[in-house]
Each structure stands twice: as structure tokens, then as C-alpha cells.
Design a protein around this ligand. Structure first.
Ligand code: SAM
Ligand code: FES
Length: 355
């Protein structure tokens, strides 16, 4: 095995930090052996806090209208071929009700940035879900908002927010987004969310167009410094109706290696094995868990609209009912010795004195 690489992984396991150059060395010299070693260490570390439990979150993709035009994304406003939909409040509440009976104790409400869903509508929705079941955690993933909006959602009962930073490199951000979008604003949003008291999820795509290994080393440094409670990473996957239609998709191997390194950087972090990972490889989610991830997010949206929330081509789980999807994941996790648990799935130490 590459001894220098192994030494860096051992150091990461002990100290939870490396320099950007050291991360870059690992990424440049990633052999199968080194990646296996990182995965083994990552699983050991995760085991300490989470055992064999895999947390599950019910994902409800409630609108695919979006005012943004990110170059990589299938639901960008410039995609005139997308069939747009919005779920009604009743439809969303039916999904959470069904989810609860299937054992979900946390829901992620995700959507494009859709001005139809005003702060009042979002707050009303949060309150109604909490009235249905007071023991569930609500996560929002509805993009960039102002501080007052984030505060209002929090006051209404939302406790977690997922906002991938997309990249820690402003210059790369500009290559992935149109001019009107601002990297600084996105970063300010993450800071606002943390300051308000949310459990915050950041994240990035792996091997997106123009991304270099230097950029990925910066992502690892960002995770080390910002320490998000959750970090969503998945391979970039081409969508044929976007400006990146001719670009290459990212790989399962690189995503899994990054999952292992992130686990070693922040052992208590919540780390999903994403749908994108399951799309790029038939056993992607299992491989993600075996690399250090500890969360899966099955789809709870009504089957009728699932295909329309198409961020990238060939997205999985668009034809399955929620119960089938949960059952399928349960079996997949069992097959590798893990267990889907009925739990809110907070980050270890959240609101406890361990910090
Ligand atoms: N609108 C919200 C936001 O901006 O945070 C949430 C929805 S957005 C579609 C969720 C995430 O999907 C993005 O942060 C991005 O990283 C990911 N995504 C979009 N297009 C993708 C693609 N082609 N391949 C992989 N991931 C993609
Ligand atoms: Fe959705 Fe397998 S996880 S069908």
C-alpha cells in the first residue's frame, strides 16, 4: 500500500484534520487498496457512534418549479420540456401520514425555489405536520432565503435545513451557475441557518464539470472547518435537457472515497448514501454505507409525480410506492448487515452535553 497515503489516513483518523495539500495527495494517489483502507477506518469510526443503525428520512419532493437556472440541474427554469408540478398541502400531509405509518420519524421537504410557496404557506405546512405528529423532525431543503424567512420556518417548528454549498471555490461556483447567482449569498445562508439554531446540511456534487482534484481537496477542507451536521454528496449526473448534456457523470468510486474521508474528518456527521449514488451504480447506496455513510433518504412523494422531479437522467425509485421503496432499502441494508431504524436520526451529540 502507498505508505504516505496510509499515514495520512491514520492521521486523519486521530486528528480529524489534514492540510489541503495532504487531501490532494490522497485524492491523486487513490488506489483500490488505499480506498479500501479508508473505508475500513471510516466504518470503524462510524460504528462507535451509530453502530449498525442506518437512519432514514422520508423525502418529499413537493415542487419542481424553480426560479433558478443552475447549469447542471434538470428542473432549472430554462428546461422548457420539464413537466412542472406542485403538490397541494393535502397531498403533502397524506405523504407524511403514510410515511409515519411506515416508520419514518423525519421528513425532508425538498423543492425548487418556487415563489408560489410563500413563507406563510411553508410555515403553515410545518405546523400542520407537527400537529399530525409531534415526534417527527422536519427538514427543509428549499434553497436560498433571507434570514427572516429561515427564522420564521424555525419558529414554526423546522429543525433542520439542507443547503448544499455546491462548492467551496467561488470561481468553480460561477462555472456551474448563471451570473445572477452568488456563491457569497449561498455561504451567508449557511451561516444564517447555523446562527438560528438549525442542524445544518451542506454538500457538493462529485466530479461535476470543471471540478478538479484541487477543488475536491478544498471541499474536504471546507467540511473540516465548517463542520456541517450533515453533508450530502453524490456524483454529478448528466441531464440531457441542460447545458451540461455532453459532460461526463461522476463516479461511484470517487464518491465513496470522499464519504470515507468525510467520516474520518467528522466522525459524528450525518452522511447520506444518496439517490444519485444509487443511480450511478446499482449497489451505490450499499457501497456508500460500506464506505462510512449512515443515512438513506427514500422517496415518499406520490408516485404520479416522481418522474417529474428529474434532476438528472435515469433517476432511480421513480416507479415504486413508498412502502416498496422502504422495504427495498430495508432489504438492501440487511444484505450488508445494517438495520434501518425508526428514529428521528439526529446527529450524535446534538443537544446533549457531548457537543
Ligand atoms: N432548491 C434546493 C437547493 O437549491 O438547495 C433543493 C433542490 S436542489 C435540486 C438539490 C441538489 O440537487 C442540489 O443542491 C444539487 O447539488 C443536486 N443536483 C442538481 N442537479 C444535479 C445533477 N445533475 N446531478 C447530481 N446532483 C444534482
Ligand atoms: Fe426505492 Fe429500492 S430504494 S425502490
Amino acid at each position: 500500500m502507498n505508505q504516505r497515503g496510509k499515514a495520512y489516513i491514520d492521521q486523519l483518523e486521530k486528528e480529524h484534520k489534514l492540510s489541503v495539500d495532504e487531501y490532494l495527495y490522497l485524492l491523486k494517489n487513490r488506489t483500490g487498496e488505499l480506498m479500501d483502507y479508508a473505508a475500513k477506518k471510516a466504518v470503524e469510526v462510524r460504528q462507535r457512534y451509530y453502530g449498525n443503525a442506518v437512519f432514514t428520512r422520508g423525502l418529499i419532493e413537493f415542487t419542481n418549479y424553480c426560479k433558478n437556472n443552475c447549469f447542471y440541474c434538470g428542473i432549472r427554469r430554462g428546461n422548457a420540456t420539464a413537466q412542472r408540478y406542485r403538490l397541494t398541502e393535502d397531498e403533502i400531509l397524506r405523504s407524511t401520514e403514510e410515511g409515519y405509518s411506515l416508520g419514518f420519524r423525519t421528513f425532508v421537504l425538498q423543492g425548487g425555489e418556487d415563489p408560489y410557496f410563500t413563507d406563510e404557506k411553508i410555515c403553515s405546512l410545518i405546523r400542520k405536520i407537527k400537529e399530525q405528529h409531534s415526534d417527527v423532525a422536519i427538514t427543509l431543503s428549499i434553497g436560498e432565503k433571507e434570514h427572516t424567512s429561515y427564522q420564521a420556518y424555525f419558529d414554526a417548528g423546522a429543525e433542520r435545513y439542507l443547503l448544499r454549498h455546491e462548492t467551496a471555490n467561488e470561481a468553480l461556483y460561477q462555472k456551474l451557475h448563471p451570473k445572477e447567482m452568488s456563491w457569497k449569498h449561498r455561504m451567508d445562508c449557511l451561516r444564517d441557518l447555523r446562527e438560528i439554531g438549525y442542524q445544518v446540511g451542506a454538500g457538493f456534487m462529485v466530479e461535476s464539470p470543471y471540478q478538479t482534484l484541487e477543488d475536491l481537496a478544498l471541499e474536504l477542507k471546507f467540511v473540516q472547518e465548517f463542520r456541517p451536521d450533515m453533508c450530502g454528496i453524490g456524483p454529478f449526473i448528466t441531464h440531457e435537457q441542460t447545458p451540461f448534456r455532453d459532460k461526463k457523470s461522476g463516479s461511484c468510486e470517487m464518491t465513496c472515497f470522499l464519504l470515507s474521508l468525510i467520516r474520518l474528518i467528522y466522525p459524528k456527521i450525518l452522511l447520506p448514501a444518496t439517490t444519485a449514488l444509487g443511480t450511478i451504480h446499482p449497489r451505490g447506496r450499499e457501497l456508500g454505507i460500506q464506505s462510512g455513510a449512515n443515512v438513506v433518504m427514500p422517496n415518499l412523494s406520490p408516485v404520479g409525480v416522481r418522474k417529474q422531479y428529474e434532476l438528472y437522467d435515469n433517476k432511480i425509485c421513480t416507479g415504486e410506492e413508498s412502502a416498496q421503496c422502504r422495504g427495498c432499502l430495508e432489504n438492501r441494508m440487511k444484505s450488508i448487515g445494517y438495520e434501518l431504524v425508526i428514529d428521528r436520526g439526529d446527529r450524535f451529540g446534538w443537544n446533549r452535553c457531548e457537543g
